[in-house]
Design a protein around this ligand. Structure first.
Ligand SMILES: C[S@@+](CC[C@H](N)C(=O)[O-])C[C@H]1O[C@@H](n2cnc3c(N)ncnc32)[C@H](O)[C@@H]1O
Length: 421
């Protein structure tokens, strides 16, 4: 009988995936599905097929990736992108287009959001270049087609949909002038062939990928991203991923709630004079008519002025903030509770407690996908977070994922009997 661990090793090698982050059940289910799709009698035969077929390895990867994304996901990052792009201090060679990378780009919402944010800010098509890379061919196919349903429009503010999309019978299609601003290609973060040029991007978004890796793989991934980043560039990560960066020679950029970092060893001043702060990118030839005036209100809000980063030694204050967020959630003030949690995350970094609370708030507000993702992040940081285990189990039960729910309940029971809690 072929051991699961061999498949886990193979996947880690192929794409960095740590099976623990997706769960053994998910892995087993994907393996069975692929084995059956290939018409093979057992996992040993499927293992042999994987050894000889890169096409089948890609199919297995497709079955395991989580291409969860939406437009202007954590919108502060896009406001921050515009803020730094306007300052003009990131470029390696002045006057050349700003180079941006979305890795992983999944089904395209992230890189297209970059393009729309820059267009809204008055940049013209020739002033920036966006590459978008993902390991999943299937996700890239959807990205290129650029037709999106309601799950891609989860941000509160949907003014961009009015400006840049056409309604189709089934959803919305991004208009062609914006589609052509993003160059999609398949690539693997861990394959040197995917990224032949070092130091080539001034802005890199690598959000919600590192959480699927174990620690050594995360370090390897950050080293690759560091090589791709230009000397004065900025790397944006997801909010569960920030602590990794600071331990790996990156320094938080003072951009509120954007989770952006630059290299610690950069020289203090860029090698060219920064344009005056008032300089604004002026479109040489507008790609699109300017957004209607009222649309300004529906753009992603500018971030509030960045607060000084407090020293990490403030546990009591941090706890008090989360107690206040908890109280607000208990009173049904979910938006206010979420805001406090996000501000807390920004100031004190990720913790299982804040993610669990964000899970509860999203759960109560009816956003099951976001809630599950926060519960998982809580469990990633603290696999023994009893409440997160139970809440995720209940959520999965509601969604009809009985097997996964039962496993989580069993884990919670084992934990309880061990700790006497
Ligand atoms: C959760 S999505 C993140 C999308 C987007 N960055 C966001 O935050 O909304 C994760 C994506 O990572 C991709 N992925 C997984 N392993 C990868 C690897 N080794 N190289 C490139 N992409 C990878 C998956 O195909 C999936 O589309």
């Amino acid at each position: 009988m072929m051991a699961l661990i061999e498949f886990e090793r193979l996947l880690k090698q192929a794409m960095g995936l740590s099976a623990a982050t997706i769960g053994e059940v998910t892995l087993e289910r994907a393996l069975q599905e692929r084995q059956q799709a290939c018409g093979l009698p057992d996992l040993q035969a499927y293992w042999d097929r994987l050894q000889s077929s890169t096409a089948e390895l890609q199919e297995l990867i497709e079955a395991l990736v989580v291409p969860e994304t939406w437009f202007f996901r954590h919108g502060e990052a896009f406001s921050a992108l515009v803020e730094v792009a306007r300052k003009g201090t990131l470029r390696t060679v002045p006057g050349t287009p700003l180079r941006l990378l979305s890795l992983p780009c999944a089904t395209g919402e992230e890189p297209y959001s970059m393009a729309m944010a820059l267009l809204d800010a008055g940049f013209s098509a020739g002033q920036f270049h966006i590459d978008a890379v993902d390991i999943s061919q299937r996700a890239l196919g959807k990205a290129r087609a650029a037709c999106y349903g309601k799950h891609s429009f989860r941000s509160r503010d949907l003014g961009f949909r009015e400006r840049y999309f056409e309604a189709t019978g089934h959803g919305y299609r991004l208009i062609e002038p914006v589609r052509r601003l993003v160059q999609f290609r398949q690539g693997n973060l861990f394959s040197p062939l995917s990224f032949p040029q070092a130091a080539s991007y001034e802005l890199i978004f690598c959000r919600n990928l590192l959480i699927y890796f174990d620690r050594p793989t995360q370090e390897q991934a950050i080293a690759v991203l560091g090589q791709l980043l230009a000397p004065h560039g900025l790397l944006f990560v997801g909010h569960a991923e920030t602590s990794l960066l600071t331990s790996q020679g990156f320094v938080p950029a003072q951009l509120s709630r954007a989770f952006a970092f630059h290299k610690a060893e950069r020289t203090e001043q860029p090698p060219w004079p920064a344009p005056a702060r008032t300089t604004r990118a002026a479109p040489a030839k507008p790609l699109l008519p300017p957004p209607p005036r009222q649309a300004a209100a529906s753009r992603p809000a500018s971030p509030p002025p960045s607060r000084p980063v407090p020293s990490p030694g403030l546990p009591r204050q941090a706890e008090t903030e989360l107690d206040a967020a908890s109280r607000l959630a208990d009173q049904g003030q979910f938006a206010a509770a979420a805001r406090l949690c996000l501000a807390h995350l920004d100031t004190h970094g990720p913790s299982a407690r804040v993610f669990h609370l964000l899970g509860l708030v999203n759960d109560a507000s009816g956003d099951a996908a976001e809630a599950a993702s926060f519960y998982r992040k809580a469990l990633y940081l603290d696999p023994e977070h009893g409440e997160a285990l139970i809440h995720l189990a209940l959520l999965l039960e509601k969604q009809g994922h009985m097997d996964s729910a039962q496993r989580l309940h069993a884990r919670a029971r084992r934990l309880k009997s061990r700790t006497g809690g």
